[in-house]
Design a protein around this ligand. Structure first.
Ligand SMILES: [Zn+2]
Length: 489
C-alpha cells in the first residue's frame, strides 16, 4: 500500500495590509520531501502520525512538501501556484497511490483563488481518480466549501481552541483513511451551515462541555467523526462562517441528523462564548487594582496569528501613559528596529523608533531612548511540542523600566518560553503583555495569577457587522439577527 502526504497551510486575513509570498513560507516552515522534522507542526501532524503507522504496519508513506506561513495577508498567485504545482508534481511522480493524506489549514486565500484548498483537493482528485482515498485535516478557523467536501473522503478539524489536539487530529485522519482503504468503513459525510461567525474558545463554557460531548459521540452508533469549523472572520470569502461536519460509517441519514442537531445547538451559543473582552482603560484599571502576579494582558485582536502585522502600539502607549514599570511585552514585530538594535549592540542606549509602521490602524510608532538589554539570533518559543521561530530578537528597556521584545519573524504569543528564552523570567514580572486571542491560554494559564483579554480596536476586522464583506453571499449572524429566516425569505 502506498499513501502520499503533503501539507500547505496558512490563514489569510484578506483585510491585512500585509501580503504573503514564498519567503513567508520559508521563514515560518518549509520542508521539502525528506526534510520534515521528527516533531509535528500545527498542520503537519499527518506526517508524523503517518510515519508511525507506516513503520508499524509495513506500508509506504511517500512524503511530499510540508509548509506553513504565519497567518498574513493575501497570498500572491505565483506563490500559491508554485506550492500547489510542487505538491501535484510530487504526487504525479509517486503514482500509483492508494491514498492521499493532507494537512491543510483551510483559510488560505490567494490572488484569483478564494478557495485554495478546494482547488488543491479538486486537482488531486482529478489526478488520482475516484477510487483513491483522500483525507485532510483542517484548522477550525477555516472556510468549509462544497468543493472540499465533494472531493475529500475524510475531513477532520481540530476540536480544541487553543488547538491542543492537532496531533490527535492528524492521527484521526490517518486512521480513517487506512480503515477506508482496508474496507472496514465507508465514510459518509454531512454538513450543517450554522450561518454565524463567532469566537468559540473551548477552554471555557459553553464550548467546553459541548466539545466533550461531541468527542464522546465519536465511535457510538455509526458516528466516525464530528468536526466544527468555527470560521475565520478576517477572510472575505463566500463560505465564511461556522459549519458542522459529521462523518458516519455508510449512514448518511445519521450524519445529517447529528450535524443538524449539533449545528442548531452551536448556533444557540452565539453571543455567549467569548470571555469578556475589556477596553484598554478598563483592563489597566483592573490590573492596577489586582494583587495577582503575573497578570497576563492579551491584546486579542493585534494577534499575528490572525494575519495582522502585530506591530500595534496602542496598548503599549496606554501602559506607558499610566506609568507602569514592572512589565514585559512579548512581542512587537519590527525587523527594522531589531536590525538597529543589533547594530548598536547589547548594553547600548539609543533613541529608537519602533512599532506602528505597517498601516494606519495600528497606532503611531513609539520614539524612546531605550537600552538594548539582550540580543538573540533565531530566537524561538514553544507551541505545545512544536518550535515556533521568532527570528532575530531584541529586548529593549524603556526609560520607565518596562521591557519590550522586538521580533523579526511575525508570530503570536504562544508560550511563556518566549520571555524566558530572551532572558526575562515571566514569573518575576507584575504584568505580561502579549498578543494572542486564545492560543496563549493553555501555557500562560499555568503561570498567570490573572488573565485579562483586552479589546483594542485597531488593525483586525473584529466586527463582522462593519467589515463590509464583498464575497460573502449568505446571511450570517451577527450581520443579520436571524440568518435562517433571512435565508428562507
Ligand atoms: Zn485556528
Amino acid at each position: 500500500m502506498r499513501i502520499f502526504c503533503a501539507s500547505i497551510a496558512t490563514e489569510t486575513n484578506t483585510f491585512s495590509p500585509l501580503r504573503t509570498d514564498f519567503s513567508d513560507f520559508q521563514e515560518s516552515f518549509y520542508a521539502p520531501p525528506g526534510q520534515h522534522p521528527v516533531t509535528p507542526t500545527l498542520c503537519s501532524a499527518v506526517f508524523t502520525e503517518g510515519r508511525l503507522r507506516a513503520a508499524k504496519e509495513g506500508w509506504d508513506l511517500i512524503e511530499g512538501t510540508a509548509t506553513w506561513a504565519e497567518p498574513g495577508g493575501l497570498v500572491n498567485r505565483e506563490t500559491y501556484e508554485k506550492l500547489r504545482d510542487e505538491v501535484l508534481g510530487q504526487l504525479r511522480a509517486a503514482m500509483p497511490v492508494d491514498g492521499v493524506i493532507l494537512g491543510l489549514h483551510g483559510a488560505m486565500v490567494a490572488q484569483d483563488y478564494l478557495d485554495c484548498e478546494g482547488d488543491l483537493i479538486a486537482r488531486i482528485r482529478a489526478m488520482v481518480g475516484p477510487d483513491v482515498v483522500i483525507g485532510t485535516s483542517f484548522d477550525p478557523h477555516s472556510h468549509l466549501t462544497d468543493l472540499r467536501v465533494k472531493n475529500a473522503d475524510v475531513i477532520v478539524a481540530f476540536k480544541e481552541f487553543p488547538h491542543t489536539d492537532f496531533v490527535e487530529t492528524g492521527r484521526a485522519v490517518v486512521d480513517l483513511v487506512l480503515k477506508t482503504l482496508r474496507g472496514e468503513i465507508i465514510p459518509t459525510k454531512a454538513v450543517f451551515d450554522c450561518h454565524m461567525i463567532e469566537v468559540l474558545p473551548t477552554s471555557r463554557e459553553p464550548m467546553r462541555s459541548f466539545i466533550d460531548r461531541a468527542k464522546d459521540m465519536e465511535g457510538t452508533g455509526d458516528i466516525l467523526s464530528v468536526s466544527f469549523i468555527h470560521g475565520f472572520m478576517a477572510g472575505d470569502v463566500p463560505d465564511l462562517g461556522a459549519k458542522v461536519i459529521v462523518t458516519t460509517n455508510n449512514n448518511p441519514a445519521e450524519a445529517r441528523q447529528v450535524a443538524n442537531d449539533l449545528g442548531v445547538e452551536l448556533f444557540g451559543f452565539r453571543g455567549a462564548t467569548r470571555p469578556s473582552f475589556v477596553t484598554p482603560d478598563v483592563a489597566l484599571d483592573q490590573a492596577l487594582a489586582s494583587d495577582a502576579k503575573p497578570i497576563v494582558l492579551t491584546d486579542v485582536w493585534d494577534n499575528p496569528g490572525g494575519g495582522v502585522p502585530g506591530d500595534s502600539t496602542m496598548l503599549l502607549r496606554a501602559v506607558m501613559k499610566r506609568g507602569l514599570r514592572d512589565f514585559a511585552v512579548g512581542t512587537l514585530w519590527d525587523p527594522m528596529a531589531v536590525r538597529t538594535c543589533f547594530s548598536a549592540g547589547e548594553g547600548a542606549t539609543l533613541p529608537l523608533r519602533f512599532g506602528g509602521k505597517t498601516g494606519p490602524h495600528a497606532g503611531a510608532p513609539i520614539d524612546a531612548a531605550v537600552k538594548v538589554k539582550k540580543l538573540e539570533r533565531n530566537a524561538w518559543q514553544y507551541f505545545g511540542e512544536s518550535i515556533v521561530p521568532l527570528g532575530d530578537c531584541a529586548v529593549i528597556e524603556l526609560p520607565g523600566g518596562g521591557e519590550v521584545i522586538l521580533n523579526s519573524n511575525r508570530s503570536q504569543s504562544f508560550d511563556p518560553s518566549l520571555f524566558s528564552n530572551m532572558g526575562i523570567d515571566p514569573k518575576s514580572k507584575k504584568y505580561l503583555f502579549i498578543k494572542s486571542t486564545n492560543h496563549f491560554y493553555d501555557s500562560f494559564a499555568k503561570i498567570a495569577g490573572e488573565i485579562i483579554y483586552v479589546d483594542v480596536h485597531g488593525p483586525y476586522p473584529s466586527d463582522p457587522k462593519t467589515n463590509g464583506y464583498r464575497h460573502l453571499n449568505r446571511p450570517l449572524w451577527p450581520i443579520v439577527d436571524d440568518p435562517f429566516a433571512a435565508k428562507a425569505s
